[in-house]
Every structure is written in C-alpha cells, then in structure tokens.
Design a protein around this ligand. Structure first.
Ligand SMILES: [Zn+2]
Length: 115
C-alpha cells in the first residue's frame, strides 16, 4: 500500500494505492477528520465524571500514573518485588512512550465548576 496526495482542481485528495491494484481516493478534509477520530477518547457523561471524582476524592487513583484504570498500569515498565506487597524497584516508561488511552486523569473529570 502506498499513500500519496493528488491535487484535482482546487481540491486535494489522499490517494491510497493497494497492492492488489485497488485505489481509494479520499478528500483531504475527510482524511483529516478521520485521523482526528483515531485515539480520540469518548466524551464522559456528567454522571461518569461525578463517579470518577468520587474515586479521586477517595484516593483510588494509581500510585504510578495518578490516573484511574482497570488493568495494570501502562506507565510501569518493570517492577521488581521485595515481597508480595512491597516493590524493591520500579522502572517507568519515559514520558510520551506509554499509552494514556483508557486512563481517566483528574483533568478529564474536574473541568466543570464544582456544584
Ligand atoms: Zn497507573
């Protein structure tokens, strides 16, 4: 598959050439709109935000990344345990090198006036 940009008249298009000879042409604006959706987080409802704020207030956030998530923390690269509860050594991924998708951070839920 190869990707190129074609200008037809006043409009620009993204052209995808498939290995099987198939060609897909998408207006550049549409391509940008689709690209913006990739990785976009779904909007939280007021009810969900309230629930998450309660969890932050109860200090339920992850000690490693400061967010709320269900699975193991994606910021943690490696943990060496001293015993069952106590880590001896924690290695983190560098900033920007770990996926933040699916994690709720305080700034995601404290954007409204308290009330
Ligand atoms: Zn975490």
């Amino acid at each position: 598959m190869s990707v190129s940009v074609a200008v037809i008249g006043r409009y620009r298009y993204v052209v995808l050439d498939g290995d099987n000879g198939q060609q897909i042409i998408i207006p550049l604006e549409e391509w940008s709109r689709l690209a913006d959706q990739v990785g976009a987080e779904p909007e939280l409802t007021a009810e969900q935000k309230k629930g998450y704020r309660e969890q932050f207030a109860a200090e339920k956030q992850c000690v490693h990344c400061g967010g709320l998530h269900l699975r193991a923390c994606p910021r943690v690269r490696r943990i060496v345990w001293r015993n069952k509860e106590e880590p001896a050594e924690i290695e983190y991924w560098a900033s920007g090198r770990w996926p933040e998708g699916g994690i709720i951070f305080p700034e995601d839920v404290y954007d409204e006036e308290p009330g």
